[in-house]
Ligand binder design. Structure first.
Ligand code: UD1
Length: 335
């Protein structure tokens, strides 16, 4: 049985990936510092899969603790989620983002190299493309200057990994996520809302639940189907499965370069208004909304060309927007 370290394994995408790894017969050990989640997620994972994953409460900024971990655990691969992800916060606290997302990445990679652990999956983001010149976005689209320190950490993370893969035995896959949404069908794990949501789906869901009065739609004068901005919303369970496909590729030696990049999206763009309408249709719940000014730093449209992931990883998103939104609502109702 292959043993996989999942950093940030109690977080939103991490917890869903741990479930899929265990379902596929992997042994999982989680590192999490509980900075943006709670320990009961471990019990929720256990109740979904019937297997309790090993867990170490470690802050990856603690270099000695990371060193100890790799001395003690003999892992076959690492899926690295642990990172801060609030775009607005990163603008005000850039050093926190460079330390949490970049310093820690170098510590993990250093221990992997020193302990001959060669398989690495990285959480990257479609944010590296900025506003792409052509849609849908392929992996060969040029990356653009980052709009925020958060975005910069994803771009830099890719560079650090690529450079390390050239100089060492490291084999890496960076998955460039489009917009992850939804929750596990059991509604036992999902995205934990902390404070006022900044992302669209948590805000829609909380508005429908009466926690927020009214959704502000940021701009209706974009050059899109209805004027509102377009994104590629991918169900978190589909996204979790993409990590298994990427890991299998590395473990089976099927990778074609030491560092590879894949877009992980559905291939379909949806406007904000389409999301709201689909949510109402899927749940029967009304979402109050008003149109306000554009949000600074937002792009007009982004959706993935997923041919490379489909062909090379043998992975394809299976769950549609309506299913994803219904699962987000079920998760909210379960809170
Ligand atoms: C954002 C980040 C992206 C990051 C991702 C993580 C920016 C510019 N991008 O993506 O780098 O990887 O979160 O989850 O911040 N919207 C509203 N009203 C709201 C919230 C959002 O109209 O209250 C709109 C936005 O303008 C956007 C769409 O909904 O058009 C999606 O927004 P969001 O969920 O925040 O994701 P992104 O901005 O695409």
């Amino acid at each position: 049985m292959k043993k996989i370290l999942v950093t940030g394994g109690l977080g939103y995408i991490g917890s869903h990936t741990v479930v899929e790894l265990q379902n596929e017969g992997y042994e999982v050990v989680i590192i999490d510092n509980l900075s943006n989640t709670t320990i009961d997620v471990l019990d929720k994972i256990t109740s979904i899969t019937g297997i309790k994953p090993a867990f170490e409460e470690i802050d990856l900024k603690n270099k000695e603790a990371v060193k100890h971990f790799f001395k003690y655990y003999d892992v076959d691969g690492v899926i690295h989620f642990a990172a801060s992800k609030a775009v607005g916060e990163s603008v005000h606290e850039p050093l926190k983002y460079y330390e949490n997302n970049i310093t820690t990445l170098t510590y993990v990679l250093q221990e992997m190299v020193d302990n001959s652990v060669s398989n690495f999956i990285f959480s990257s983001s479609c944010t590296v493309y900025g506003q792409a010149d052509e849609l849908p976005i392929t992996e060969s689209a040029p990356t653009k200057p980052a709009e925020s320190p958060y975005g910069a950490t994803k771009k830099m993370g890719e560079i650090i990994i690529e450079d390390t893969s050239k100089a060492t035995d490291l084999k890496a896959i960076a998955l460039r996520y489009f917009n992850p949404i939804g929750a596990h069908e059991t509604a036992k794990i999902g995205e934990l809302p902390i404070g006022v949501p900044q992302n669209l789906i948590p805000y829609v869901v909380q508005t429908a639940a009466g926690i927020r009065e009214c959704l502000s739609i940021f701009g209706d004068d974009y050059d899109t189907v209805d004027g509102t901005a377009v994104r590629d919303y991918i169900h978190v369970v589909d996204l979790a499965k993409a990590h298994i496909a990427a890991l299998n590729r590395l473990l089976n030696g099927e990778n074609k370069a030491n560092c590879e990049y894949f877009n992980i999206g559905t291939g379909t763009g949806s406007s904000v208004l389409e999301v709201v309408n689909t949510f109402e249709k899927a749940t029967g719940k009304k979402v109050n909304y008003k149109i306000v000014d554009r949000r600074e730093g937002d792009i007009t449209a982004a959706y993935a060309n997923t041919d490379l992931a489909n062909n090379e990883l043998g992975w394809k998103a299976k769950l549609n927007l309506e299913t994803a939104l219904a699962s987000a609502w079920k998760w909210q109702e379960n809170q």
